[in-house]
Write a protein that binds this ligand. Sequence first.
Ligand SMILES: [Zn+2]
Length: 152
Amino acid sequence: MLSTDLANRQPVVPAGLDSALMQQLWQAARAAHAKAYAPYSRYAVGAAMLDEHGVIHSGCNVENAAYPQGWCAETSALSALVMSGARRVRGVLVVGTGGAWITPCGGCRQKLREFCDPDSSIVSANLDAIGPVHSMEQLLPHSFGPEHLKDV
Ligand SMILES: [Zn+2]
């Protein structure tokens, strides 16, 4: 695809998660948030994701005294999803700490990109409320993915 084609593409609108699913994801992500191991930053994170079978997987951030060895809640949840045998992410909800809406870090956006569709919903939340919803493509536009390696 030429870069001009990419520039002319319409933004991808997030796919809808119905309110019942959103509540279930929020509940799972809050439960994961409560289990976060974040003694250094004190910034607990919980993530929950819905797979292609309708099953929810969750995870929390896990920090380490050797700081770079810690990992994110989204990574934990993705590991649980893959270990279950699932291979697609239909939607993600991330619960952060405090008032600013959390979104996945750059590394997690790329990890999610492997399993999400461009219109998969990525939902920001905290312990008190569900916030903005973005599509995968909005958070990681013009990204590199598995399709780039198909004809190599
Ligand atoms: Zn991350």
